[in-house]
Design a protein around this ligand. Structure first.
Ligand SMILES: [Zn+2]
Length: 140
């Protein structure tokens, strides 16, 4: 089994910033210019396994870099965390929890090649679906 790429960050990963428990690196490969990853230093595979302090440090970096990326490379910035244990780890999927920051602009490449098609997927919410999902979320 290959070592976790986020536990063994190399100098080629270009560390952007770090705190006691979290690091920020360039995403490689990347979706857009300025695509950054916020990664807890401890190997964690489920976001809800992060300690309170790790959550605080992750959110602090997300907030700080989202603001900067929105004011420089983009005019906006997406924040994403993909939890997809049903996919096998590979070049585009790493099990170690990480958060993506994607600088965005009006009708940028990510929009024109992908997200423009999301418009076709949106449907109006109905009462039965609300009731079903509320039932599944009870007790949280
Ligand atoms: Zn790891």
């Amino acid at each position: 089994m290959k070592p976790c790429p986020f536990c063994h960050v190399s100098p080629r990963d270009h560390l952007v910033a770090e705190s006691g428990m979290v690091k920020v690196i360039f995403s490689n490969p990347r979706l857009v210019k300025g695509h950054l990853l916020i990664i807890p230093k401890r190997h964690v595979e489920q976001p809800w396994e992060l300690t309170g302090q790790e959550q605080i440090e992750v959110l602090a970096f997300i907030t700080k870099f989202q603001r900067r990326l929105s004011q420089t490379i983009g005019t906006g910035c997406d924040v994403r965390q993909n939890y997809r244990p049903f996919l096998i780890q590979g070049k585009l999927k790493v099990d170690h929890v990480h958060y993506h920051l994607l600088p965005r602009k009006l009708e940028d490449e990510l929009y024109t090649k992908c997200q423009i098609y999301e418009k076709e997927i949106f449907i109006n919410l109905c009462d039965s679906e609300i009731a079903e999902v509320e039932q599944q979320l009870k007790g949280i």
